[in-house]
Design a protein around this ligand. Structure first.
Ligand code: ADP
Length: 624
């Protein structure tokens, strides 16, 4: 959070903006809350008014017909209000439940759409974790607006209803010649109202003083939540279980969770405050509130005794005043959090307002049926955001559609970074990348990205049915998905999948899900790349998952299945790529050699020759 204090105006603006965000993502949410609050706040006044009339009739004329009419009216109104209120409440609950998912969607959408380079920035990561933690601590931020609006609107409407029902208390005069006629004097009325308002304000000031201790305690609250989120739920991380057993970590976890997670115990600071000043402020607030109600009751009784109104109005005023004061104190109590939430909203919008610099291009790449695309890296240099070390230096490379390009080099030489630039996950810091002679920044981002199918080194599949994994969608062409799987070499495994394409991968979403091996997962990822049917297909070195023989098998098969697509292969195993039309050798962020396998391996002074011979011992069957 920023150090500069937020003005009230800014806090109101931020809260208003939060409402407009919700309006956009969840239309009808605030209307449903407002209506539901209206029913909650105003229905009791209908009951109060009718009850007062019944008491008045009982104490006065006792007309059975009038009594019957009033009782029926009371019952009917109670039934109608309960029914209508219930319906509105149901609608509101439905909207609020959806809002919980929509809250996640708002941030997911931002994470999916922000410039990929921003995801790497520590500043962005910190902002995002702050937002999540604030939300977890007390729903501070966007979600707070929804919860708070309901309380705030209910309190405001409760006040309005109360004012409406008690205004005649001050306006009904005591008949001339009676006692307490001084209460009729306008100054006296103003004094009493002011006194009551002051007491109401004082009561909520005391209540706020008490709540402030929670704000002071916020860092510890967050820490407590972190303990709960990480250690309290640690047994849900299945992958940690192996380490747990081998290193007997349970003792360590118990000890951390039980001995260090002491933020909410009675001996904690907040526990001590609760027994001391925090409790005293809360008690004072309650005391003033009771005194206030007593004062109001006294005023009503005096006016009644002096003959200003009948017993029916006494019932009405006393009940309405109680509700009015309750409304006022809640209204005032909710003002402080409204302001406090401004700070949290500022962080939320700082994150949501991060600009998308990559989305500025307007040209379309038009999926050419002839797939005539030419890519050129022109003097491209790059360093990762936040780093001052160049990982690519003056890269120049041209490759044409339909060709097979291999990118080889040692680990850390910049191969994957080269691909990330090609796919516009990052933009070059210097130089440019051209598609058919035009800087790729000038193309519409999504349009350009759609030209590529990439099987990244650390690709991820979903705990979803196999077919949906391949198609990347719930609705898909089954025949085509199956064809892609077969092309990717999944033919032998497919018949043993219990529900064919509907077989769930992994067990997270379904117990009968199938755990696939690294090599099988790789084939599914390749099938996914084929299903996309993009003109460029890129295979990043699958070393983590595959042994050299399987890698070789996948690479050589991939050459066939890539067909007329432009294929780029990345590997630090040279033998996997020797069939390519062109091989670019990366070394320390630069392309140090280019050519065919035969050309490169015959140059004894080149890096390729050195790498090839260093690796040859592992591939004794390979002949250069
Ligand atoms: P290769 O694919 O050849 O193994 P990479 O392109 O993955 O190499 O990495 C090249 C260099 O860039 C390495 O020194 C690596 O540590 C660094 N690097 C990779 N990713 C990032 C990142 N997100 N932030 C900072 N440095 C990175």
């Amino acid at each position: 959070m920023s150090d500069t204090k937020l003005s009230y105006r800014e806090a109101i603006k931020l809260n208003y903006r939060s409402i407009t965000v919700w309006q956009k993502f969840c239309p009808g949410l605030f209307l449903s809350i407002l209506l539901s609050s209206g029913f909650e706040a105003l229905s009791p006044y209908v009951t109060i008014w009718l009850s007062a009339r019944i008491i008045g009739e009982l104490a006065g004329r006792r007309n059975p017909q009038e009594l019957l009419r009033l009782v029926i009216l009371q019952l009917a109104s109670a039934a109608i209000l309960a029914l209508a209120g219930g319906m509105v409440n149901r609608w509101k609950n439905y909207k609020q439940h959806s809002s919980a998912r929509i809250f996640d969607k708002i941030y997911m959408e931002k994470m999916f759409e922000m410039d990929y380079a921003d995801i790497d920035r520590q500043y962005v990561f910190d902002l995002y974790s702050q937002i999540r933690q604030n939300d977890l601590a007390s729903c501070w931020g966007l979600r707070f607006t929804v919860l708070h609006f309901e309380r705030f609107a209910t309190a405001a409407l409760q006040c309005l209803g109360g004012i409406g029902m008690t205004v005649s208390l001050f306006l009904s005069p005591i008949p001339k010649g009676g006692s307490f006629t001084f209460l009729n004097h306008p100054l006296c009325v103003v004094m009493i109202v002011t006194l009551m308002l002051m007491a109401a304000v004082l009561s909520s000031v005391c209540s706020n003083q008490s709540s402030r201790y929670w704000i002071r305690y916020a860092p510890n609250t967050r820490l407590g939540n972190r303990f709960f989120r990480f250690y309290g739920m640690i047994t849900e991380y299945r992958k940690r279980m192996e380490d747990f057993r081998i290193y007997s970590q349970h003792e360590n976890v118990y000890s951390i969770y039980m001995k260090r997670n002491l933020q909410f115990t009675s001996d904690s600071e907040i526990g001590k405050w609760a027994k001391g000043p925090m409790g005293l402020w809360a008690a004072l607030s309650e005391g003033i509130s009771v005194l206030l109600t007593g004062m109001a009751c006294l005023f009503v009784c005096l006016k009644f005794l002096a003959g200003a109104f009948g017993i029916d109005s006494v019932t009405q005023y006393i009940s309405a005043i109680n509700r009015l004061f309750q409304g006022i104190s809640e209204f005032l109590r909710y003002l402080a959090p409204l302001y406090a939430n401004g700070e949290f909203l500022k962080t939320s919008f700082e994150f949501l307002d991060l600009p998308n610099n990559m989305y500025q291009g307007s040209l379309t790449t038009e999926k050419r049926s002839d797939r005539q695309y030419e890519i050129e890296f022109r003097d491209v240099s790059f360093r990762y955001p936040g780093s001052d070390q160049y990982v690519l230096r003056h890269v120049n490379l041209k490759f044409k559609v339909g060709s097979r390009l291999a990118v080889v080099g040692m680990n850390g030489s910049g191969k994957t970074t080269f691909i990330k630039l090609l796919c516009r996950l990052y933009d070059p810091c210097e130089g440019q990348i051209l598609l058919n002679g035009i800087n790729i920044r000038k193309y519409q981002y999504n349009n350009y990205v759609n030209l590529f199918s990439v099987v990244f080194q650390d690709f991820q599949l979903f705990a979803l049915p196999l077919g949906e994994n391949v198609a990347g969608a719930a609705d898909y062409d089954h025949e085509y998905a199956e064809k892609c799987l077969k092309q990717a070499g999944f033919t032998d495994r497919l018949p043993s999948m219990p529900d064919d394409l509907d077989t769930y991968l992994y067990k997270e979403m379904k117990e009968t899900g199938v755990n696939v091996s690294g090599g099988e997962a790789q084939k599914i990822a390749i099938a996914r790349a084929l299903y996309k049917d993009a003109p460029f297909i890129i295979l990043d070195e699958p070393t983590a998952a595959l042994d050299p023989v399987t890698e070789m098998e996948i690479y050589s098969k991939f050459n066939d299945i890539a067909g007329d697509k432009t294929a780029v292969y990345i590997s630090h195993r040279l033998s996997s790529c020797k069939f390519c039309d062109e091989i670019a050798v990366f070394h320390e962020g630069a392309i140090v050699q280019k050519g065919t396998h035969e050309e490169l391996v015959s140059n004894e002074n080149g890096k390729y020759y050195e790498l090839w011979h260093a690796q040859a011992q592992y591939y004794v069957t390979d002949k250069a």
